[in-house]
Design a protein around this ligand. Structure first.
Ligand code: GBH
Length: 450
């Protein structure tokens, strides 16, 4: 048995989910509606008319789902909290039943030896706050800090790892620039404002944590390396713009206290003059950073694409997943090393990594074979190890996702789960990738060696 792919004994092995994608019962027990509740019930927004009213029914089946986590051997579980369960109007009045759901989930995880990793915001803003301008309102930083402090006071004695935001880029690019996710706006002027307020909110929540929290807090970014399609100057510059927009627009204000210059160049008039004093708020000491990695992009200059003047180029003879994303594990090595080079030697977690592929029909008693997903996980776990050998401080890995779930506006058809979910019966069936991941965890990665 080669020791080449052995991970340290304290390496965190996890799986991730998010509230609106799995919980169902979005209005149960006094919860208020979120913008995803609203968006998913707006005709035309969701593939196949899908919505999160039931999803994986995790709100009622969470005890069974924790057993599935235990069967994998997970040492940590990353979930998100639906803000409007706890604060139905987003601020002010607390709904004790909503708080209690997360308290029971946390206790159940701990009873099964699984460390809770809680994300405060995975895109489901309370609808009542959207009615007050949502992330375009500068008060959003205070609203978020108020909610965060309530959660810290309720759960920090039992939750060792917190994140403020999941993937703010998706919120602003999809939610404010292109309208593909909630709240569904298409406005070049709004996107940078929402982005800035999200990072002010993250900073305000971290400040609140330093006053009342005792464990670890960080923030989670989606990072996707951008490689130029050729070595021509215009393609190199296009890749740099795409990189600044997706990978630096959020991490730079959080970790360096500034924005990369390409953003002003792309947004022009729509780039606001942000008060210099805001960067003291955005830049807070974090205990770790979470990196969500799925794919890379190869980018060319494309003058008609507003605002980036850049387009992705499809690569011939490569494997693409069912969401159209290239399988490219070297991008994870490059991402982790880039992060360390730019932002310093912070503890990093891969907080999401996974792939949608079509799975064969479930046959009772047979293992559900998903060889492309197994291959995806194998390649990316080796890539994590390669980054660690190159000196990056990666402390854990979370597979996306524990369960097939609501893939946002793409609906239930795109399946990322280690466990297959039959959405008609709620039956969970392990895929071969679940067995593979359990073997990786049980062997500390030794089974990855050829
Ligand atoms: C994550 O977002 C989310 O956190 C999670 O909720 C979601 O279910 C999961 O991933 C799977 O989607 O090739 O030009 O289309 C993913 C963020 C950003 C990753 C866009 C892929 C592809 C760009 N994604 N990116 S493109």
């Amino acid at each position: 048995m080669s020791g080449r792919f052995l991970f340290p004994a304290d390496f965190v092995w996890g799986a991730a989910t998010s509230a609106y994608q799995i919980e169902g019962s979005p209005l149960a027990d006094g919860a208020g509606p979120s913008i995803w509740q609203r968006f998913a019930h707006t005709p035309g927004m969701m593939a196949n008319g899908d919505h999160g009213d039931v999803a994986c029914d995790h709100y009622r089946r969470y005890r069974d789902d924790v057993k599935l986590m235990q069967a994998l051997g997970l040492t940590s579980y990353r979930f998100s909290i639906n803000w409007s369960r706890v604060l139905p109007e987003g601020t002010g009045r607390i709904n004790p039943a909503g708080l209690d759901f997360y308290s029971r989930l946390v206790d159940t995880l701990l009873e099964h030896g699984i460390a809770p990793n809680a994300t405060l915001f995975h895109w489901d803003l309370p609808a009542a706050l959207d009615d007050r301008g949502g992330w375009l309102n500068r008060d959003s930083a205070h609203w978020f800090a108020e909610y965060a402090e309530i959660m810290f006071k309720a759960l920090d004695d039992r939750v060792p790892m917190w994140s403020t935001l999941n993937e703010p880029w998706v919120v602003t690019d999809g939610g404010y620039l292109h309208g593909t996710v909630a709240p569904g706006h298409r406005n070049t002027y709004e996107a940078p404002i929402a982005a800035h307020n999200l990072m002010r909110a993250s900073g305000a929540a971290i400040q609140a944590y330093r006053a009342v929290g005792r464990q670890q807090i960080g923030v989670v970014f989606n990072i996707e390396p951008k490689y130029p399609a050729s070595d021509r100057n215009e393609d190199v510059a296009a890749a740099a713009r795409a990189h600044a927009y997706m990978n630096q627009q959020f991490a730079d204000p959080a970790l360096l206290g500034s924005y990369p210059p390409q953003l002003r160049e792309c947004f022009g008039d729509a780039w606001p003059a942000f008060p210099a004093s805001d960067f003291g708020l955005t830049r807070q000491k974090v205990d770790f950073v979470g990196v969500n990695y799925y794919t890379r992009a190869v980018v060319r200059h494309d003058p008609v694409q507003h605002p980036l003047r850049a387009s992705p180029v499809r690569q011939p003879n490569r494997t693409y997943t069912e969401t159209g994303w290239e399988v490219y594990e070297q991008g994870l090595v490059d991402t982790l090393t880039w992060f360390k080079d730019r932002y310093g030697d912070l503890p990093l977690y891969v907080t999401e990594n996974g792939a949608a592929f079509y799975d064969p029909p479930v046959v009772e008693g047979d293992l559900l074979e998903d060889p492309l997903r197994v291959d995806y996980f194998r390649r990316h776990l080796k890539a994590v190890h390669a980054a660690m050998r190159a000196g990056v401080n990666v402390k854990g890995y979370y597979a996306w996702s524990l369960l097939d779930n609501l893939e946002w506006s793409l609906g239930f058809a795109k399946r990322f789960g280690l466990y297959h979910v039959d959405f008609a019966t709620q039956k969970r069936t392990p895929k071969a990738s679940a067995r593979f991941y359990a073997d990786v965890i049980a062997s500390d990665g030794a089974c990855l060696a050829p």
